[in-house]
Design a protein around this ligand. Structure first.
Ligand code: HEM
Length: 462
C-alpha cells in the first residue's frame, strides 16, 4: 500500500513537472521566434548553461543552428553564434540593440555607467572616457604611471612562491587606482581595495537584496566607494589643486566633456571595473602560455632585453618602446584568443525586432557569443595551437570577425591601455625573472577563466 502511494506521488510529481515545463514552452511560443527550448519557469536553462558551458552552446547549435532561443541568467535570450549576425548586432545599436548587462551589474556600477546608457548619454560617457584612456593620454601621462607601478609591484618576487592569479588581480586594480586618483598606499588605498573586491563579487550575483547576499554586500561596497570618491572630489575642489591623474583631468577646465559629480563617480568606477578582470586574466594566462612554450618566451625575452639595452635601467617604458613591442602584442592577442578571456557580450532589444529572419521580442537579451570564432580554422590555422607569430601579419587584427575587444559603437575604449598594462607587466616580469609552476594549476575556462585554487609559481631572478 505504502509503495503504491509513493509510486502515485512520484507519478503526480512527474506529471506536474512535465506540465510546468510544457507551460513554459507554450508561454514563449510565438510565430517567428528562433528555434530552441526555454527550460523551467524562472530558472530556464541556466544551470545546464553554467555547468556545460561551451558544450551546452555546441549541442544547441548542432540541434537548432547558430541562432537559437533559450532562457538563461533570468531572462529569455537569443544566442547568436553566427559571425556575420554577431557583427550585424554589434554594429547596429541604433536600431534597438543596446547593451544588456544583468541587473546586479547595473545596480552596482551605477545608472550613469557606460554599460547602462545608450544614445546621446552613451556618446557623452564614451567621449569623456576616451579623453582619459585614449592614445594621447597613454603616451603623455599613463605609460609613466603604469611603468612606476609595475616596477614597484614586481619588486621582491625573487626566491618567492607567489600566487600569480592574486598578484595580477591586485595589479589590475591597483594600477587603475593609481591612474585615476594617484592613491598608492595608506588608509584610503586600503579602504578602496577592500570595497572594490566586494563590489566585484556583487556584480556576478543574483539581485537578491537580503542580508549577507553578495548582491547586498556589492551594493554596500558601491555606496562606500561613492562616499570615498565624493570626499576626494570635495577636497580637490576646495583645495583647487589639480592632480595629474584621471580624476584631476575630469574635474579640470581643459576637459571638454563636462560631467556632473554622479557621472564622474560612475566613470571612475567604470575604469576600476572594466579593465580589472580582462587585464588580470590576460596577464595570468600569458604567464601560463609562456611557461608552456619556451620558444615563445625566448623570443619575447629577446624583444624586451633589446629594448632595455638601449636605455638606462631607471628609464621608464615610453610610447616608442611600446609601439616597438610587436611580438609582445602578438603574444597578448594569442593569449586572449586561445584562453578566450571574453566569451561574448550581451545586448537587449528596445523594441520588437527582426534579426536574421527571426523575431526577437522587446526586452529580450541577445548573447553575442564570440568564443567559437576564436577556434575557427578558416581564420586561425591550427586554432588550438599557441602561435603568436600568426599575429605578426597585422591584417589579422583588423579582420571583420576580430571581436577580442568587442566591436561597433562599444568597441573597447581601453584596448590600447589594457595592452600597454599587460606589455609593461611582461617587460618587467620576463626581464627580471624566470619561474616554474608549483603543484600544477587547475584552470576553469567557463563562464570565466580562473584558477579556483590559485596559480602558484616559484620565482627566481633571471
Ligand atoms: C586586455 C584587456 C581588455 C579586454 C580583452 C577588453 C575587452 C572588452 C570587450 C570585449 C568589450 C565589449 C563589451 C560590449 O560590447 O558590451 C569592452 C568594452 C569596454 N571596455 Fe574593455 N577590455 C580590456 C581592457 C579594458 C581597460 C583597461 C579598460 C579601462 C578603461 C576597458 C574599458 C572598457 C569599457 C568602458 C567598455 C564599454 C564600452 C562601451 O560600452 O562603449 N577595457 N572591453
Amino acid at each position: 500500500m505504502a509503495l503504491a502511494i509513493v509510486i502515485l506521488a512520484l507519478f503526480l510529481l512527474l506529471c506536474f513537472c512535465a506540465a510546468l515545463f510544457q507551460w513554459n514552452e507554450v508561454r514563449y511560443r510565438k510565430n517567428g521566434l528562433p528555434p530552441g527550448t526555454m527550460g523551467w519557469p524562472v530558472f530556464g536553462e541556466t544551470s545546464e548553461f553554467l555547468k556545460q558551458g561551451p558544450n551546452f552552446m555546441n549541442s544547441k547549435r548542432a540541434r537548432y543552428g547558430s541562432f537559437f532561443k533559450s532562457h538563461i541568467l533570468g531572462s529569455p535570450t537569443v544566442i547568436s553564434m553566427d559571425p556575420e549576425v554577431n557583427r550585424y548586432i554589434l554594429m547596429n545599436e541604433s536600431k534597438g540593440l543596446v547593451a544588456g548587462y544583468p541587473q546586479s551589474m547595473l545596480d552596482i556600477l551605477g545608472t550613469c555607467n557606460i554599460a547602462a546608457v545608450h544614445g546621446d548619454a552613451h556618446k557623452l560617457m564614451r567621449g569623456a572616457l576616451l579623453a582619459i584612456v585614449g592614445p594621447t593620454m597613454i603616451k603623455d601621462r599613463l605609460l609613466l604611471q603604469v611603468d612606476e607601478f609595475m616596477r614597484s609591484h614586481l619588486r621582491n618576487w625573487d626566491s618567492q612562491i607567489i600566487d600569480i592569479q592574486e598578484k595580477t588581480k591586485q595589479m589590475a586594480f591597483w594600477t587603475s587606482l593609481k591612474q585615476t586618483t594617484s592613491i598608492v598606499s595608506g588608509p584610503l588605498w586600503e579602504s578602496f581595495t577592500i570595497e572594490f573586491f566586494k563590489l566585484v563579487l556583487g556584480t556576478f550575483s543574483l539581485p537578491i537584496d537580503l542580508p549577507g547576499t553578495n548582491y547586498r554586500i556589492g551594493v554596500q561596497a558601491r555606496n562606500n566607494i561613492v562616499k570615498l570618491l565624493k570626499k576626494l572630489i570635495s577636497e580637490r575642489v576646495n583645495s583647487k589643486i589639480q592632480k595629474d591623474d584621471m580624476l584631476g583631468y575630469l574635474l579640470s577646465e581643459e576637459n571638454k566633456y563636462k560631467l556632473n559629480e554622479e557621472q564622474i563617480i560612475d566613470q571612475i568606477i567604470t575604469v576600476f571595473y572594466s579593465g580589472y578582470e580582462t587585464v588580470s586574466t590576460t596577464s595570468m594566462m600569458a604567464v601560463k602560455f609562456l611557461h608552456d612554450h619556451p620558444k615563445v618566451l625566448q623570443q619575447l625575452r629577446e624583444e624586451h632585453i633589446a629594448l632595455r639595452e638601449k636605455k638606462n635601467p631607471e628609464d621608464p617604458i615610453d610610447w616608442d618602446d611600446f609601439k616597438a613591442m610587436d611580438f609582445t602584442r602578438a603574444v597578448i592577442f594569442e593569449t586572449s584568443r586561445l584562453a578566450t578571456v571574453v566569451n561574448g557580450v550581451l545586448r537587449k532589444t528596445t523594441k520588437d525586432l527582426e534579426v536574421n529572419g527571426f523575431l526577437i521580442p522587446k526586452g529580450w537579451r541577445i548573447y553575442v557569443y564570440t568564443r567559437e570564432i576564436n577556434y575557427d580554422p578558416f581564420l586561425y590555422s591550427e586554432p588550438f595551437t599557441f602561435n603568436p607569430w600568426r599575429w605578426l601579419d597585422k591584417n589579422l587584427e583588423s579582420h571583420n570577425y576580430f571581436f577580442l575587444f568587442g566591436g561597433g559603437t562599444r568597441l573597447c575604449p581601453g584596448k590600447e591601455l589594457g595592452i600597454a598594462e599587460v606589455s609593461t607587466f611582461l617587460h618587467y616580469f620576463v626581464t627580471k625573472y624566470r619561474w616554474e609552476e608549483v603543484g600544477g594549476c587547475k584552470l576553469l575556462k567557463f563562464p570565466r577563466v580562473k584558477a579556483p585554487n590559485g596559480f602558484h609559481i616559484r620565482v627566481s631572478s633571471y
